[in-house]
Design a protein around this ligand. Sequence first.
Ligand code: OXT
Ligand code: ADP
Ligand code: MG
Length: 577
Amino acid sequence: MGTVESQIATQVTDGFHLVIDALKLNGIDTIFGLPGIPITDFTRMAQAAGLRVISFRHEQNAGNAAAIAGFMTQKPGICLTVSAPGFLNGLTALANATTNCFPMILISGSSEREIVDLQQGDYEEMDQLAIAKPLSKAAFRVLHAEDIGVGVARAIRAALSGRPGGVYLDLPAKLFAQTMDAEAGKKSLIKVIDPAPKQIPGADAVKRALDLLKGAKKPLIVLGKGAAYAQADAEIKSLIEKTGIPYLPMSMAKGLLPDTHEQSAAAARSYVLPEGDVVMLVGARLNWLLSHGKGKTWGGKGHKDWGGQKFIQIDISPQEADSNVRIDAPVVGDIGSCVSALLAGIGSNWVKPPADWLGAIAERKNKNVAKMAETLAKDPRPMNFHSALNVVRDIVKANPEAILVNEGANALDFTRSIVDMYKPRKRLDVGTWGVMGIGMGFSVAAAVVSGQPVIAIEGDSAFGFSGMEVETLCRYNLPVCVVVFNNNGVYRGTDVNPTGGPDVAPTVFVKGARYDKLIEAFGGVGVHATTPAELRKAMEEAIRSRKPTLINAVIDETAGTESGRITSLNPTSGKKK
Ligand code: OXT
Ligand code: ADP
Ligand code: MG
């Protein structure tokens, strides 16, 4: 306290306070991180200054929390770590944020520059800036207290403007203690004006896109997580409904319009992709999740052949067009502005898509939905993915404000197609990399940022990557209900060691593990559920009580497939047995 008082008396500020003040000035109210040298005092001072400081058990989870907070709020999520190992733990999340176009800033303390650069073996020595550069959208280092304002402003602009991404901000230990005149320090801070400027598409680009859409016999709109991020929900709904064009939501765009919307073609995915003649991508990349826009998924003859459709692509990044196949009508700009421009050009006499196209989709869709309903109605013993997810589906329907976090392989893929979402940005999952480990970080952030209940549907393997954070859920008393789909292993629990030796197969875990006991160690509610009825009761109670809860949902270990729905990506030996 003595130092703070004397600083006030002499009107001096320091690096610690300037960073905190710069963040606060820019509307940052939460920091996700893990304390230690050289940022321990920073976390204390940030809390004292009114920021919410959420401490994690591992930096990767703090980083994932920051990333998804960025996605949900359009403000960069802040992750704070110590040097070298803490920085590296956070770096996976930063790279994942960049890959997914989530705005986030990883702030890491770093060791003494002079010693690091001469490689003289400092405590936690590492050239963190150099390492972060290729994995982030931008990376900055601040050496002098008077530059903190600029450093934070640059980081915020880089994270939010254009295509959002992960930014690294390197703050050497020495910087925090540097002092300067408080008034000059205050003046050096920058409140970033218009951090994500609108980007208005060209009129010719909009016309080109509308002309293509008008001529389409079988138009299709694909909504991606960029469309969810953009928070142009009303405009997107209006565009879909005014044009009458069927749409396909990518995983994290589910709920942008309710999944039960009659124009949703999600249940006819494998029909609409190859059949559509003009496909408009809205904040979705033609990456692996869309089979690179070619091959059999798109009606091509061979696995790399073009299917013959025309593409319109709305994206903020001009470089995205033509990344995989020809984009006939790129519309470059922010989604809100692009969709508004399209709406303005549509006018009042837009002709809805041909009835035979809509009818054919409805037929496929109804068939798939009916088939699904039949499967969901079954009540096998042991419980399987479908009978368990039938419960989750009902719970989400009854609680549309709840946020669904989802990871695993089968636990992911079945949840995506079975559990309907009703509101935008309520489904948070493994994203572009299909990465395991986002579960608890996303859950903590979702609860902290929204105040809404969170339901995390986790494969038992997936849960293990961030499972220790159940202590964090309990510490902050967050309304998170974790459901571990426990099928005794990665994909399935049935593999055997071909040698007959004592080690189990690489994909198999301890059988009959009781994940529910983990949360009980920290005062949370643990439930062991072996039937849909038990699962339903426990989930309803968790939502009602808002107590941190972990349900160990026992799933038939023979259910599910290798790699879930992406078995074809798993290489198998070409060698004849
Ligand atoms: O049209 P068709 O007939 O095809 O049917 C489709 C839809 O029309 C239909 N559908 C519907 N029917 C009826 N009603 C409704 N409402 C409806 N909606 C849809 O359903 C089907 C399927 O629809 P979908 O899903 O839209 O279509 P499809 O063809 O699947 O879409 C293709 C994709 C590619 C877009 C989609 O599959 C997708 O998004 N996939 C994402 C896959 C993914 O990312 N997987 C995670 C990675 S797997 C692997 O890497 C794992 N690892 C390795 C590892 C990782 N990842 N990370 C790290 C850090 N280390 C290691 C590990 C360790 S997974 C994993 C753990 C796994 O074990 P767990 O225990 O955790 O999990 P379990 O498997 O449960 O044991
Ligand atoms: P999905 O996995 O759901 O298909 P992707 O992450 O592949 O989604 O694609 C998201 C796309 O959205 C990226 O190409 C990104 O540039 C774009 N994007 C993100 N935010 C905006 C925005 N506000 N306006 C326009 N495009 C955006
Ligand atoms: Mg499993």
